[in-house]
Design a protein around this ligand. Structure first.
Ligand SMILES: Nc1ncnc2c1ncn2[C@@H]1O[C@H](COP(=O)(O)OP(=O)(O)OP(=O)(O)O)[C@@H](O)[C@H]1O
Length: 323
């Protein structure tokens, strides 16, 4: 989908975008993420089609931090995965600026996820989708293995596995923060000094420069999350899709991650972030927000209006319970 074609199309059911006081000075009017009438259904074992997303439309300007909110099961993660290219919509129009990167809720799953993402972009050399990265070789069968045991447990381990298609040795996780951030750069044909420079700039953007040589498993959850974001930045990603990053974090780590994302948007001016959250208080850091219910986008616009809308809904719900 061509951006200019999409931009010319009027999105009648979206509320107009308005700037908020927190909008970054360097943000432009160009659009980084746009979805129009996105539908997504799944087939149940009984052969029934169940709609998960219903005519969802969103439009997110470049250089801004937006939040995606809504009750449990309303479809936030599904929409984010569609934007990331991990799921294909049943129908609808979609534009997401590239390179884009998806950062998962649990920082310990990041390496497993990296391997899955590479399925779509890397060299397929056997039926089991074996992919070669700069440091490691992973197959989808092994990815399941990593998921089952937890990548944290396997960090820095060498595994030898025999599959019907190939005999594999894989080093699962990078031993240090520096190597972890450099993980995805192998396919870019960069010199060593270019890799080092990208890694150090990315770690600086998330406030983790002094952790370059630290083993990843010694970091806190929030620090791991920031390292994962740095990995995406090192690959020069323009769109960050962040799935409930602060769920497992305490308050100080939570603030560290939000500040890191805000900081990197301020520094770059051209990175756009969409952040799935349950926490209403995180809205105060956003330029805009999308509120979903039951697979639909109910409201879309500036963060303050969405905050007011959700609070009004919550208090009317409490009133109904109490009456
Ligand atoms: N493959 C699937 N098969 C059946 N139902 C699914 C599938 N994937 C998602 N769903 C359902 O779709 C709905 C939306 O799921 P999704 O994970 O996107 O919600 P969410 O808003 O991110 O929820 P939460 O806030 O609890 O993480 C849920 O009811 C979920 O059970």
């Amino acid at each position: 989908m061509n951006l200019s074609t999409l931009a010319r199309t009027s999105l009648l059911h979206l509320s107009p975008l308005r700037s908020t006081s927190s909008t970054r000075d360097n943000a432009t009017d160009s659009v980084a993420i746009e979805g129009r009438n996105i539908n997504f259904s799944v087939n149940t074992r009984q052969g029934k089609m169940v709609p998960i997303l219903k005519d969802c439309s969103i439009r997110i300007p470049s250089g801004q931090l937006w939040m995606l909110l809504g009750p449990n099961g309303c479809g936030k993660s599904t929409l984010l995965k569609i934007l990331a290219g991990l799921l294909t919509p049943t129908n609808g129009a979609l534009y997401v600026r590239r390179p884009k990167s998806y950062v998962f809720q649990n920082p310990d799953h990041q390496v497993y996820i990296v391997s899955l993402l590479f399925h779509f972009s890397s060299r397929v050399i056997s039926r089991s989708l074996v992919v070669e990265l700069n440091f490691c070789v992973i197959s989808n069968a092994n990815a399941f293995f990593i998921a089952s045991f937890g990548s944290r447990f396997l960090k820095g381990t060498n595994l030898s596995l025999q599959t019907p298609e190939a005999s594999l040795t894989m080093q699962v996780v990078m031993p240090t923060v520096e190597a972890d951030v450099a993980f995805g750069l192998g396919r870019l044909n960069l010199t060593n000094s270019e890799v080092r420079s990208r890694v150090s700039k990315a770690l600086e953007a998330v406030g983790m420069s002094e952790y370059l040589q630290r083993p990843v498993q010694t970091l806190s959850g929030g620090q791991k999350q920031r390292v994962a974001i740095a990995g995406a930045l090192a690959e020069a990603c323009k769109v960050l899709l962040l799935d409930e990053l602060t769920t497992f974090l305490d308050e100080s780590d939570q603030m560290g991650v939000i500040k890191a994302v805000q900081n990197l948007l301020d520094i770059s001016g051209e990175v756009t972030a969409l952040w799935v959250t349950h926490r209403l208080e995180e809205l105060e850091y956003a330029d805009g927000a999308v509120y979903m219910e039951d697979g639909r986008v109910v409201m879309h616009g500036d963060a303050a209006s969405i905050n007011k809308f959700i609070k009004a809904k919550q208090s009317s719900y409490i009133d109904r319970i109490n009456s």
